[in-house]
Design a protein around this ligand. Sequence first.
Ligand code: AOF
Ligand code: ZN
Length: 387
Amino acid sequence: MTQTLCNPTQEADLRSLLRELGAEAEKFRFQVAPNPCVGAAVLAGGRVIARGFHEHWGEQHAEPAALKAAERSGVPQSEWDTLVITLEPCSSDGKTPACTDHILKSGIQRVVVSELDPDPRHRGSGLELLQQAGLEVTLIEGGVRLSEVAPHFLRWNELERVRRPRPWVIAKWAQTRAGQLTPPEGIGEGRWISSAESLDEVQQWRSSVDAILTGVGTVRADDPRMTVRAPGDPSKAPARVVLDTELSTPLDATILKPVSGTTEAGGPTWLIARAGADGVRHRALVEAGAEIAQLKGNSSGQVSLRATLDWLWDRGARRVLLECGPTLLESFLRNRFVDQVCIYTGEINGGRGPSMAEWLTPDRFTTRLDRSSGTDSVLEAFPRSLG
Ligand code: AOF
Ligand code: ZN
């Protein structure tokens, strides 16, 4: 690929625009991971007329977002001359149509990007495709670096992870001020630790993943639905996956019941058991609505987490929400299978069960975000030892 140069003043302006776009795009990091944070701007006569960002995993990329914003700007399409993007546009259909198609359809003649996409499906092919179609392509290296705005995406594309892939795991949990996942007896408005606003957020998390993963302990203790309700999007119904080594999910568990509708949706229920688990229970659970995978156990006889993640990957799960109790959560953390955390700390003192406090030391996280949700404090971060 030949790279076009621009004059120094123009390059300085483009660099500063790229930095702005990168800073804005980074705000969506927890919503888009493992995808990269990407921003794009449409220029007409040297002026920025529209910006767009990749805001939600599995949904619209930055380029079509910027092009749609340009349509709304009222500036005639014939005047759009340049598209500035923090990352090379994708050139093959993924969850959404290829961005290079959007660009070609827009009639824009010049594309400025700051970095090649390390995703093995792209790596220069997007820029080549645009050049072959006659567009002027300028690469301003270092304008905004993925290592600054989306280090998680570089890790996701590391050779080791690409060779033996596993889904991106987001561990979400609600804890008391003491870091415990169960409130003290008789406290916490029934069994809730977190505020109504945080419970709403959880519905949004659920509609942003391919699967929700929990343990049989949680199923037995709480009998959860693991469905998507408003303000989540019930048109998305992630699979409901239960780690159930001995197939001890109760036959009348709510999670086994099919749910579909405009206000609530539940995906298929998959139970992950150890190979050789009880045949009678197997048949009864299948009749009750479950699909069962029998995987190899680990040295302590539990179903292997790695085998579970491999199995989920093979079933097409790429982004998974882990909503479970402290024992399974600690196993995931200890094995470094957690790629992202979202922790809700409610206004409740004390608690029961193990405390997660030891996992929350600042050195364990990169690019953290501390914020509020109702009366809860929320910590979102990528654990340092991804990989
Ligand atoms: C772009 N613009 O804004 C982003 C890109 O699963 P999909 O279909 O969303 O595709 C994800 C891949 O697309 C991801 O691995 C990365 O290569 C690229 N991300 N590309 O043109 C964007 N977020
Ligand atoms: Zn794209």
